[in-house]
Ligand binder design. Structure first.
Ligand code: HEM
Length: 516
């Protein structure tokens, strides 16, 4: 028999015995869900995203709040908008913590809800993601648009261009620039991308679930998995620490400037950051060590790359699949910025690109992007949250220390909120003058970026990147399916939820039509 199978079964039995021994005797009832044994088996043999169809069935059977009792603590899943609003917005202080990690990593997404998290998140929001700072990176967006157009044009072939790798590379270039303030060459960018991807895929595989559930035992039983993680982490440090050091050494020299403008990179903001000393355990007086900067830079690169590239692919897939929507979008763009120039020859900067100010005048563009985030959110769940204090919800007890998650994709497809939820209809976002609150602060209808205190801090940047690249790609090119190809919108789980059959598209410069 397979060793892993024996281990999984043993862990399930251990968890069952433990749970029976420590069964709640105080008469409080957890939200409903399957038996302990099936819960443990389901969690141990699935990644978070792999749980989705199972949870959908449980939602139909048990209602919008479900418990899977796993290991020593319950995992609760919420599939209703109103409940998500109640917990994440109204009771935000209780539901904004994160599950404790087995190894101490300093980053925003896994930090406990406390002083260190606040300092790190505020730094990212004010130093890099503040609108004035984001504006200062507009030069980099232009540079990346040039790279992307060059790569797409260089790939023309009858079977169409497989766009996802180019989208991911483009987003990565942009985030690398914002992180290290340097225009790195393709070799260096690929080196960073490769190690970041290995880390991402390892975490997304779900092979570490078991280590989180049984930390001490897991370290002994799954030593190979730990070693694999440590090896990747070591490789990540080898690649990122030289970039961090080079940026720090170049501080206050001409290297920090691009053209006339001085660019502040994420690394610059980390150098003088002071963590609360009582929480900092690095023996560095609250200053970040190089290794801690690696964790933060790694998080920045991964959080902003695959998510945005995945969303961009879904948007373009829908525009290829629905030529009328594409035409309507193109017409809107031309009505605001005029007809496009010819695309730049490879290696040259675009003669002009649609500016951020012009993007603000394109409500249909915004509607297309929101509709795609509703229909195909890159993450079907948020990151797991930890319940900080026991709470009664709809007659059930949500215990302190429980893990809680929210079924993002399910909410975007709820027929009680969205008419024809499976249809791609951007017009639904044009009502109320196109005013749609994606933060869900007054009420949640969908939450592709999460909601409440842990909402994605990069949501505005992500929306800007999506608007900028979609608008420019549609302005310069007509996008169509290759002969005999039908865009397939089936989904597949990777780190994000990607297209099972990646988009293949043909592009032709809009100016060709005019001259012919
Ligand atoms: C389309 C693109 C993106 C999507 C769909 C997305 C989605 C999300 C979601 C669902 C969460 C978890 C929220 C929660 O746990 O409640 C999150 C967290 C986070 N995201 Fe994004 N994100 C995107 C882009 C970005 C970008 C561009 C950045 C930064 C450059 C970023 C940085 C982060 C960080 C640091 C967190 C952790 C926040 C915390 O724990 O306080 N994301 N994102």
């Amino acid at each position: 028999m397979e060793t892993w199978f024996i281990i999984v079964v043993s862990l399930c039995i251990a968890a069952l015995i433990r749970s029976l021994l420590f069964r709640r005797s105080d008469g409080k009832k957890l939200p409903p869900g399957p038996s302990l044994l099936s819960s443990n088996f389901i969690i141990l043999t699935n990644s978070l995203s792999g749980l989705e169809p199972i949870l959908r069935n449980f939602k139909a059977k048990y209602g919008p709040i479900i418990t899977l009792s796993i290991g020593s603590r319950p995992s609760i899943f919420v599939g209703s908008h109103s409940l998500a609003h109640q917990l994440l917005i109204q009771k935000g202080a209780v539901f904004s913590d994160r599950p404790r990690l087995t190894s101490p990593v300093v980053n925003i997404s896994s930090a406990a809800y406390g002083a260190t998290w606040r300092v790190l998140r505020r730094n990212l929001a004010s130093e890099v993601l503040h609108p004035s700072r984001v504006k200062s990176y507009s030069w980099a967006r232009n540079w990346v648009l040039q790279i992307l157009i060059g790569r797409l044009q260089g790939q023309k072939d009858a079977a169409g261009i497989k766009v996802i790798d180019h989208f991911t590379y483009a987003m990565f270039c942009l985030l690398v620039f914002m992180c290290f303030g340097e225009k790195l060459d393709e070799h260096r960018i690929n080196e960073i991308a490769a190690v970041q991807r290995r880390l991402l895929l390892l975490v997304a595989s779900g092979r570490f679930n078991v280590l989180g559930l049984f930390p001490r035992l897991g370290k002994i039983l799954f030593r190979n998995r730990w070693n694999e993680l440590f090896q990747i982490r070591h490789d990540q440090e080898e690649v990122l620490i030289p970039r961090i050091k080079s940026r720090i050494e170049a501080a206050n020299t001409a290297k920090q400037s691009v053209g006339e403008e001085r660019i502040v990179a994420y690394v610059d903001s980390l150098v003088n950051l002071q963590l609360p000393e009582e929480e900092a355990k690095n023996g560095n007086g609250g200053k970040l060590t190089h290794k801690e900067m690696v964790s933060l830079c790694g998080e920045f690169l991964n959080a902003g790359t695959d998510t945005t590239a995945t969303a961009l692919q879904w948007i373009m897939a829908n525009l290829v699949k629905h030529p009328k929507i594409q035409s309507k979008l193109y017409d809107e763009i031309v009505s605001v910025v005029g007809p496009p120039p010819p695309p730049p020859p490879p290696g040259e900067e675009p003669e002009s690109a649609i500016s951020e100010d012009e993007l603000k005048k394109l409500p249909y563009l915004k509607a297309v992007i929101l509709e795609s985030l509703r229909r195909h959110p890159p993450g079907h769940f948020v990151l797991p949250h930890r319940v900080a204090k026991e709470m009664e919800v709809q007659g059930f007890t949500i215990p302190e220390g429980a893990t809680i998650n929210f079924m993002v994709a399910e909410m975007g497809l709820d027929p009680t909120v969205w008419e024809d939820p499976m249809e791609f209809k951007p017009e639904r976002f044009l009502v109320n003058n196109g005013d749609f609150d994606i933060t869900g602060s007054k009420g949640i209808k969908m939450m592709p970026f999460g909601a409440g205190r842990r909402i994605c801090p990069g949501s505005d940047l992500a929306l800007l990147h999506l608007e900028y690249f979609v608008a420019n790609l549609i302005w310069y090119f007509n996008w169509s399916p290759p002969d005999g190809y039908d865009v397939d919108l089936s989904e597949k789980i990777e780190f994000t939820i990607v297209m099972e059959n990646p988009l293949q598209a043909q592009i032709s410069p809009r100016t060709e039509k005019i001259t012919s």
